[in-house]
Design a binder for this molecule. Structure first.
Ligand code: NDP
Length: 240
């Protein structure tokens, strides 16, 4: 039977490319999203992939959402923690709400989804958790103390959970994308974006499919010895 993969924030952007890639690899794919029903309906119409609407930053909603997925689709074998938001501003201007919302969704979402799916993976002796971090979690970014902290936290979360999952056949890895041509980056003002692109050695933004290819590898049987790692896919923007 096909393994079940849940992709948070799977209805748009990088998440959608991950959904389509995992479907091509034979997974039964389920997307999650927050509120944009039109994008979720479009995904369903184009690919047949169903979407479940719940806020990954809400602990109880995430547990209930995953329970519903398991009842309707099957035990969850793969979780891709991709859902994320930005609420940019310098510390000087950033409200506590902007700080908290980004931590709650971007980092809290990884905890909530892992709490829901990890026990089953452990019991069945196989699982894949892929957390989408960011180059800005590795290098920091002006005007993003909330986002950089949450994404950096994701990289620590990955390494810690990898140690817990290893002996149960559950691998936990992160991908740190550079700047990718999605709605999130479309929100960056053009002059700022030009400066960013000038600092990317490959000389362009990345494509969502280029992140999806990394996820597809990490979900494969071939990646069984890869755990606790962070794959940087950033056009050479940050090397470490
Ligand atoms: P988009 O803004 O294009 O899409 C975000 C997705 O996340 C949507 O499906 C959205 O649902 C969903 N989402 C947002 N909040 C929640 C929530 N609380 N609960 C459930 N789902 C939610 O983002 P990208 O595709 O650009 O980014 C995907 C991931 O990659 C994010 O974690 C981002 O931080 C990371 N990343 C992106 C980079 C880039 O350059 N684009 C660079 C580095 C990292 P809905 O449509 O309903 O709002």
């Amino acid at each position: 039977m096909a393994r079940v993969a849940v992709v948070t924030g799977g209805s748009r952007g990088i998440g959608r490319a991950i959904c389509e890639g995992l479907q091509q690899d034979g997974f039964t794919v389920v997307a999650n999203y927050a509120g944009n029903d039109a994008a979720a309906n479009q995904l369903k119409a184009d690919t047949g992939i169903p979407s479940y609407k719940f806020d990954v930053g809400d602990h109880e909603a995430s547990l209930a959402g995953c329970k519903q997925i398991e009842a309707e689709v099957g035990p969850i074998d793969v979780v891709v923690n991709n859902a994320g938001i930005t609420r940019d501003g310098t510390l000087h201007r950033m409200s506590f709400e902007d700080w908290n919302e980004v931590m709650r969704i971007n980092l809290g979402g990884c905890f909530n989804m892992a709490k829901a799916a990890f026990p089953g993976m452990r019991e069945r002796g196989w699982g894949r958790i892929i957390n989408i971090g960011s180059v800005n979690g590795q290098a920091g970014q002006y005007g993003q103390v909330n986002y950089a902290a949450a994404k950096s936290g994701i990289h620590g979360f990955t390494k810690a959970l990898a140690q817990e999952g290893a002996k149960f056949g559950v691998t936990v890895n992160a991908i740190a994308p550079g700047y990718i041509d999605t709605d999130m980056v479309a929100a960056v003002p053009e002059p700022v974006l030009e400066k960013i692109i000038a600092k990317i050695p490959v000389g362009r933004l990345g494509h969502a499919e280029e992140i999806a290819r990394g996820v597809r590898f990490l979900c494969s049987e071939d990646a069984g010895f890869v755990t606790g790692s962070t794959m940087s896919i950033n056009g050479g923007q940050h090397m470490y």
